[in-house]
Design a protein around this ligand. Structure first.
Ligand SMILES: [Zn+2]
Length: 77
């Protein structure tokens, strides 16, 4: 069992979350990102491979120069 380090009560379960990058007046929102999500407080942990892919995708989106981008992660990946 993988307990939540934030609230100490919840259990981390497989789910999806929304990750937002907000930098240099550019906001990129990734939806449906696979993560371990706490069933009590909603805090989440993203695994290394997913985090890496997210950073790479964010870089590519930033290069397009749009002020606000919303990406469905599962479709993009
Ligand atoms: Zn929690």
């Amino acid at each position: 069992m993988n307990y939540c380090t934030t609230c100490k009560n919840g259990v981390m379960e497989k789910g999806t979350t929304t990750v937002t990058f907000d930098k240099d007046n550019m906001v990129i929102v990734f939806r449906h990102v696979p993560a371990q999500v706490c069933n009590v407080c909603g805090d989440y942990t993203i695994e290394g491979d997913v985090a890496k892919a997210l950073l790479q995708a964010a870089k590519e989106e930033r290069a397009k120069g749009h002020e606000l981008t919303v990406v469905n992660y599962q479709k993009a990946a």
